[in-house]
Design a protein around this ligand. Structure first.
Ligand SMILES: Nc1ncnc2c1ncn2[C@@H]1O[C@H](COP(=O)(O)OP(=O)(O)OP(=O)(O)O)[C@@H](O)[C@H]1O
Length: 310
C-alpha cells in the first residue's frame, strides 16, 4: 500500500481497547483490526451507527488517545514514534481535526481572526503577504473577510465557524483533515454548502479528509472511498460507488434499508441493532468461516468472517 506515492497515511490492524474501572475493570474493544490507507486529496467516509468506533479511529489518527495494537504510519513514519514537542507540532501542522461543535474550538473571549494569528505565530507559514493569504483562504470557503474577521464567535453561525476552520486548514496546507460529524450542527440548507466547499477545496489543494458520519447519504455524496464500521470492525471498505451499488456485508445491507433522508441524523444506538441483523451477521460469518477480509472486486473488500463475533 505504501509504495503508492499518493498515500499519505496507512492504518494497519488498528485496535483500541478502553479499560474502565480499577477493581473490576471493564474492557471495551472500540476498534479492532482496522486497516485502510489515505491518499492525497481523497475523501474517505467512515460510516456506522453510534458506538461503532468511528470517533475512536479519528482520535487515534489525531494522536489524542493511545493505540492498543496495530500501526498508523504518516508518510511512512509510525506516529507513535512522533514524541518530541517539535515533531508533534510538525505532525499537527499537517494532520488536523474539526469537530461537531465549532464553538468549542474558538475561545469566546477572542475575535475569530486570532485563529489565523495563532497559526502564523506558531508555524513557519510560507506566505509573502499574510492578509492576502487569509483573504484567499476565506474566498475559497466563501466567507467575506470584512464580515467575518473581527467578529466574536457568538456573532457568527456554526456553519461560518466551520468554514473558518476549513480555511485555516487550507492555509496550513494540511495533508489530512479528520472531520467528525462536521455538519451535524448545521441546518439542511447550510450543510450542502459546507460539504460542497469541502469537496472543492480538497480537490484543489490535495487535502485528504476522513469524514466521520452517521449518514449514509452524506457519505455517498462526498466521498471517494467508504469504510463501513460495525461493532469496532471494518466490515466493508472500498470505492464508494461500488459499495453503494453492491453492498455485501449483512450490516451494510441493513444500513441501506434503514437509510434516512439526506442530512438526517442517525441516532440508533449500537445496543439497538435489530436482533435480526445480529443473527444475519452470525450466519454470514458461519457460512464463510476462515475467509476473513476479502477483496471481492478491485477496490471493494468485505469482512466475510470474524471468529470473535458475538
Ligand atoms: N474513553 C472511553 N472509555 C471507555 N469506553 C469508551 C471511551 N471512548 C469510547 N468508548 C467506547 O468505545 C465504543 C466506540 O465509541 P466511539 O465514540 O468511537 O463510537 P462512534 O461510532 O464514534 O459513536 P458516535 O457516533 O456516537 O460518536 C463505544 O462503545 C464507546 O462507549
Amino acid at each position: 500500500m505504501e509504495k503508492n506515492k499518493d498515500v499519505v497515511m496507512t492504518v494497519e490492524g488498528l485496535t483500541k481497547v478502553f479499560k474502565s474501572g480499577i477493581i473490576n475493570p471493564e474492557y471495551t474493544v472500540a476498534a479492532k483490526d482496522v486497516s485502510f490507507d489515505i491518499k492525497r486529496g481523497e475523501i474517505i467516509s467512515l460510516i456506522g451507527e453510534s458506538g461503532s468506533g468511528k470517533t475512536t479511529v479519528g482520535k487515534l489518527i489525531l494522536k489524542l488517545i493511545k493505540i492498543s495494537e496495530g500501526k498508523i504510519k504518516y508518510k511512512g513514519k509510525d506516529i507513535t514514534e512522533i514524541n518530541n514537542k517539535a515533531e508533534v507540532k510538525k505532525y499537527y501542522r499537517r494532520v488536523q481535526g474539526i469537530f461537531q461543535d465549532p464553538f468549542a474550538t474558538f475561545n469566546p473571549l477572542y475575535r475569530v481572526d486570532r485563529i489565523f494569528d495563532m497559526i502564523f505565530d506558531s508555524f513557519d507559514l510560507n506566505y509573502k503577504n499574510k492578509s492576502q493569504a487569509i483573504k484567499e483562504a476565506l474566498d475559497d470557503v466563501n466567507l467575506n473577510p470584512d464580515r467575518t474577521l473581527g467578529k466574536f464567535p457568538h456573532q457568527l453561525s456554526g456553519g461560518q465557524l466551520q468554514r473558518l476552520l476549513i480555511a485555516r486548514a487550507l492555509l496550513m496546507d494540511v495533508d489530512i483533515l479528520v472531520a467528525d460529524e462536521l455538519i451535524s450542527m448545521l441546518d439542511a440548507s447550510t450543510r450542502i454548502g459546507v460539504l460542497n466547499l469541502l469537496v472543492e477545496s480538497c480537490k484543489k489543494h490535495g487535502m485528504a479528509v476522513v469524514f466521520i458520519t452517521h449518514d449514509l447519504n452524506l457519505g455517498y455524496y462526498v466521498s471517494d472511498k467508504s469504510l463501513i464500521m460495525y461493532k469496532g470492525r471494518l466490515v466493508e471498505r472500498g470505492n464508494t460507488k461500488k459499495i453503494y451499488e453492491n453492498p455485501i456485508h449483512p450490516y451494510t445491507k441493513m444500513l441501506f434499508k434503514a437509510v434516512p433522508e439526506i442530512g438526517e441524523r442517525w441516532d440508533q444506538d449500537v445496543e439497538f441493532i435489530p436482533e435480526q441483523v445480529i443473527n444475519d451477521v452470525n450466519e454470514f460469518y458461519n457460512n464463510n468461516e476462515g475467509k476473513g477480509f476479502v477483496e471481492i472486486e478491485e477496490d471493494h473488500s468485505v469482512l466475510f468472517s470474524d471468529k470473535e463475533y458475538k
